[in-house]
Design a protein around this ligand. Structure first.
Ligand code: RTP
Ligand code: MG
Length: 140
């Protein structure tokens, strides 16, 4: 299995409740290494650009509001099968459907305030990492 990198974000609902450490611990316990991390309070333009794929969806306005409501922590995670592994640790988008032991089961408030984001494929991982980080910021 190849070593992959994926993009992860701890959302404002979680930073507000001081869950950065607990969430990061769950990622590390799953074997994912944090190779870049910084705190960002994103602008409306940054949020709209990051979530451009969802711009026609009915929840887009609410999504941009939620993501700009406070600071986020953006991270790059590295490990075997990192993209899928991160999605597994995160749990289902709607916390009501999230499996026991997942981040969203434990910490998410609602589908909109679901505590974390993770890339869903190699192409989106590469795009999302490049959106927030330059190459020199990734320290494996
Ligand atoms: P993410 O991109 O944040 O990792 O989450 P995901 O792949 O599990 O979900 P996605 O379909 O990509 O949706 C992106 C984010 O939009 C919010 N959302 N709200 N109100 C709603 O019906 C609704 N649906 C999605 C969620 O915060 C979701 O994480
Ligand atoms: Mg998604």
């Amino acid at each position: 299995m190849a070593i992959e990198r994926t993009f992860s974000m701890i959302k404002p609902d979680a930073t507000r409740r001081n869950l950065t450490g607990k969430i990061t611990a769950k990622l590390e316990e799953a074997g994912l290494r944090v190779v870049a991390s910084k705190r960002v309070w994103m602008s409306r333009a940054q949020a709209e650009g990051f979530y451009a794929v969802h711009k026609e969806r009915p929840f887009f306005g609410e999504l941009v509001e939620t993501m700009t409501a406070g600071p986020t922590v953006v991270q790059v995670l590295e490990g075997e099968n990192a993209i899928l592994k991160n999605r597994e640790v995160m749990g289902a988008t709607n916390p009501a459907n999230a499996a026991e032991g997942t981040i969203r089961k434990e910490f998410a408030v609602s589908i909109g305030e679901n505590s974390v984001h993770g890339s869903d494929a190699p192409e989106t991982a590469a795009q999302e990492i490049a959106y927030w980080f330059s190459g020199v910021e990734l320290v494996g």
